[in-house]
Design a protein around this ligand. Sequence first.
Ligand code: ZN
Length: 187
Amino acid sequence: MKKRPQRPIDRSLYNEGPELDATALDTPERILSYCRSKGFINGASTDIKAVIESNPFLRLEFDDIGENDAFIEKIDDQMYRIVINARHSRTRQRFSMAHEYIHYQLHRDEIERMPKGERILHRNEERNSIEYQANQLAAEILMPEQTFFQVARASKGSIERIASEFDVSQLAVRYRAKTLGIGGHGL
Ligand SMILES: [Zn+2]
């Protein structure tokens, strides 16, 4: 397996361009650029499973993990394992995958201290916590802002139709609408 050089990331190396490093996508914009360059966006839906599976340093597994949605753990020097609750709906699993993927891209140094199992979108988080950030950015990569407004308009604000377009849960759509400062009845 190819070793990643052990040196701090020179952020200037990862600005745009077709050769985005899949292990160093530290903003939602870079993650989405990577997805577009790899053809992982189908219609409005981001294929987060394909994004994770395309990364040789990530292993994706589905297992019965009880009340929890998912977790990520370090399994050796550079390898990480993401485990998703096998009993949850596909849309809920997709949000869990995006949340753990954000932990991998942005909170890698914290992963060893994370519990082996967490509940996602079903708890209130401090706005400055990494959990809050993981939910925000997961929503952003699954429902990019511009696309969200387009889809919301075309769907006449129907939460059900928006959820279907993005292949996410209605809870995730409501959460995203709230983070974009829109809400109320319908949208
Ligand atoms: Zn988390």
